[in-house]
Design a protein around this ligand. Structure first.
Ligand code: OGA
Ligand code: MN
Length: 276
């Protein structure tokens, strides 16, 4: 397999490899590359739903999203669907998947199924690189903090998504919940320090005033969203992206109104996150 960095700090393209047919040695190599980059892009894959499942199960343990519709092919595959006449998309703001769970997701494997003729990119950010580049005084200010992550404001009663035309696709209103995690985690595989807060799910710092929390969170978010830590991936038929939810953010561009976009997502279970 060939590994080519995608941009300065954001992702790598893995080529000369088919995810459906990799052997055990290639899988081991891929694990190491995944730990190093936290964000992998693949082109020209032949990965029908059963092969998507098989690759995911070889890599880890599947965890099912509590709110998304699942695909016809399998209850383990979540649909990230936007209909032609739908205005709101899933994941349109910076977030990382499942940070509201006590045991957050390791990663998500997203496969393109139906794409708009143009647009519909996914943007990513590297939270390990962003942490490393933070000014020392900012690192000091977040040392030892914990943050509360939730999904109630999105998927609960009157949650943001419930008030949009996405609502009819969503289930799980009674499955909302919170979790707290360290703000700086030690990545379980790479050993790197990572900033673990995200605009989609992080509510506030534990034992802090809400308004004070917002101020510091916004400062952190402004730092991460800079071009040197982010990249944009243009999907083509056969594209697959595999990101590590412990050290990346992502968001989906919503710039293809009037066209349909359908992706299949499988999410892998992670482990409890430890402070760095
Ligand atoms: C997701 C998600 C982004 C996209 O699948 O978790 O946020 O580009 N998707 O569809
Ligand atoms: Mn997502």
């Amino acid at each position: 397999m060939k590994v080519t960095p995608y941009s300065e700090n954001c992702g790598a393209v893995v080529s000369e490899l088919q995810l459906a047919t990799l052997d055990d040695n290639q899988l081991a190599e891929l694990r190491a590359v995944f730990a190093e980059y936290g964000l992998l892009f693949f082109r020209d894959q032949d990965l029908p739903p059963q092969e998507h499942l098989r690759f995911a199960q070889r890599f880890g343990t599947i965890v099912v999203n509590k709110f998304f519709k699942t695909s016809e092919e399998s209850p383990l595959i979540a649909e990230v669907r936007k209909e032609k006449d739908q205005q709101t998309n899933i994941g349109g703001g910076w977030h990382t998947d499942h940070s509201y769970d006590e045991i957050p997701a390791l990663g998500s494997i997203l496969v393109a199924r139906t794409l708009p003729t143009s647009g519909g990119n996914t943007q990513f950010a590297n939270l390990a690189a962003a942490y490393d580049a933070m000014p020392d005084d900012l690192k000091k200010r977040i040392e030892g903090l914990r943050a509360i992550h939730s999904n109630k404001h999105l998927y609960g009663e009157n949650g943001l998504y419930r008030l949009t035309d996405l609502a009819s696709q969503l289930g799980g209103m009674d499955r909302v919940g919170d979790a707290t995690h360290p703000v700086v985690i030690r990545h379980p595989e790479s050993g790197r320090k990572v900033l673990y807060v995200n605009p989609g799910h992080t509510i506030q710092f534990e034992d802090w005033d809400f308004a004070e929390s917002r101020k510091l969170l916004d400062e952190l978010y402004m730092h991460v969203a800079q071009p040197q830590f982010t990249c944009s991936f243009n999907w083509l038929p056969g594209s697959v992206t595999f990101w590590d939810n412990r050290c990346t953010w992502h968001q989906a561009d919503n710039d293809y109104q009037g066209q349909m976009r359908l992706m299949h997502r499988i999410t892998l279970q992670g482990s409890e996150l430890a402070a760095a």
